[in-house]
Design a protein around this ligand. Sequence first.
Ligand code: RUB
Length: 328
Amino acid sequence: MSTPKLPEETYAIAEDIKTMRIRGAGRIARAAARALEIAAEKYSGPDDIATFKKYMEQAAKLLKSTRPTAVSLPNAVNYVMRVLRESEYRSVKEAVEAVIERAEKFIQYSKSATKKIGEIGSRLLEDGDRVLTHCNSSAALSVIIEAWRRGKDLEVYATETRPKFQGHITVTKLAEAGLTVTLIPDSAVRLLMKRLDKVVVGADTVTANGAVINKVGTSQIALAAKEHNVNFFVAAESIKFSPHTVIGELVTIEERSPLEVVPQEFLERNPGIRIRNPAFDVTPPEYIDAIITELGVIPPQAAIMILVEEYRREIRDELLRATEDLEE
Ligand code: RUB
């Protein structure tokens, strides 16, 4: 039996994630859950569970392939797909309903986790703090904006975040919320660090040993913060924690087009010049004072506790897979 084609909307969301019209690890995860929901809603094939599962697995594969670094994406897809992979259904209608319910549950959880992080993390900021953030993270902004709403007078600095300038989104959002905000070039971070009290950034992935993968430049900021005794906080929902890293799997750092760094004419004029454009980097746990999650504030070394608590089954599957690989 041939598998029906996925709906245009599912392809469109995948393309939007790939081209970064939808970006930021939390948003990407919610968009992927929504894309699966749409695929289920619009399934037009036969009332055959095996065909429906195959069709949904195609959507899952498509979505997972869009961007490689943020673990929230495969976590979202696997969370939704588990209802299909692990349960029996009498009809496709029943399976469709289960997928829709599961995707909605994920989206709601993810939104409320970001809000909760704001409530929990706002306590770490004090009245009069000068706070730096990097890139555009909904979780980090949730902390900063909530602290400000609770009456803490903050002065916020945000990096431009080359080459895609996500810092422009950040300063606009902060200014709209009413905060005093200053945009700085990425390269000005160390010079300004002595004027700062705290750094708050987001995360794309948190590994089992508490390292944080976030927008490229984050680790340099952490280094400068350490040098100046400035607290470095990461705001990350539990969906950013990677069960794959428990078995030592490394996180793939996305390498994007040179055209985000220089224009086409530059490349044509200088055919001998190579350009690198890694989108993320790794900040080791020693540079991180705390990770703010919706489950509480943890030292980075306690990342494994969140993983064991929230991803017990995935870790078991990963360990089984690793053992099978060894036996092959
Ligand atoms: C975005 C980025 C953000 C994290 C966390 O990178 O690095 O800091 O994704 O964001 P890109 P959030 O713009 O390449 O997607 O807290 O919103 O999930």
